[in-house]
Design a protein. Sequence first.
Length: 186
Amino acid sequence: MIKKQFIARLAFLLVCTLVIIGCDSDDPDDDGPGEEELITRVTVTFTDPNGISENYSARDADGDGADFELETITLQTNTIYSARIEVADDINNEDITEEVEDEAEEHQFWYLPSANLSDRITVNYVDQDANGLPLGIEFSVVVSDGEAATGTLQVVLSHYDEGPKDGTTLSDESDVDVSFPVEITQ
């Protein structure tokens, strides 16, 4: 009799353990945007009207978000570029661009020229999320006519976890925030 009770209690404990383990999953839930992404590389590709493309990268080898090595973006005055951004986590060998596309309703890239370039560089979104709001993986850059100039282009990937994305307001959370040096040549 004692042996049966022992086996019954042992079976009960085993079932309870399996239920607890089964409920404690490390897999992300599909009901929201999840955590901010680890991004160690940002690559922006500009293609001029002649089809010539140039890639410019920002790299953060250790992934702490503080020490990006930035390449200087060179743009020609009076030119319209088609552009694309790609983001990656080189530490874990992941293409984060795909995740941003999959979670487009919770993300938006922002392209913010420095004050001295704001009248020279206009960024237009080409792609949208399912709600018709800007995403910013695909975009165009219009460089107006004028003198040679230098400044920066701040690139921010907003992560809308706490509030809804409206297409006009940066979120309080960002997955990446880098300012590329920019040189406009004649």
